[in-house]
Design a protein around this ligand. Structure first.
Ligand code: GDP
Ligand code: MG
Length: 138
């Protein structure tokens, strides 16, 4: 059980003005911010970040969406971070997400679903290092 996860506030939620509210939910959820920045993925970055989904029918749409505008990238710390953060964000499809979860409150759709959360300790580390240099993680 590791204590680090990686998240992005996706382009839909940034465009819809939800950065502050989502960071508030993250803080209320007991997560500490270890790294944070406003940035934008290139098409190549988005392809690489989501390459495990390359064979899925929505891959092209996902890459186009994730590179379409600014995102907030962050590394978060808490006991049991990966699992607890996925509980806080809710199901991939906001229509199926529990009340009070970030996706239920802020997502537009299954594709434009407001936030990313790492799915394993191993991927959390890979994803954090994809976005941040050592000097940017505190
Ligand atoms: P997550 O771990 O809950 O983010 O979900 P996945 O790892 O299964 O999928 C990665 C991302 O691809 C999701 O967060 C969505 O942005 C997108 N995605 C997943 N399923 C669909 C889908 O059926 N249609 C579209 N357009 N996008 C999807
Ligand atoms: Mg996933």
């Amino acid at each position: 059980m590791s204590n680090i996860t990686f998240t992005m506030i996706k382009p839909d939620a940034v465009a819809d003005g939800h950065i502050g509210a989502i960071l508030g939910k993250i803080a209320e959820g007991g997560f500490k911010i270890k790294a944070l920045k406003l940035t934008q993925l290139t098409v190549a970055d988005a392809k690489k970040f989501y390459e495990v989904h390359a064979e899925r029918p929505f891959y092209g749409e996902l890459v186009e969406f994730m590179s379409s505008g600014p995102i907030v990238a962050a590394v978060l710390e808490k006991d049991n971070a990966v699992e607890d953060f996925r509980t806080l964000i809710g199901a991939t499809n906001p229509a199926e997400a529990a009340e009070g979860t970030i996706r239920k409150m802020f997502a537009r759709s299954i594709g434009e679903n407001a936030v990313h959360g790492s799915d394993s300790d191993e991927n959390a580390l890979i994803e954090a290092q994809f976005h941040f240099s050592g000097r940017e993680i505190f």
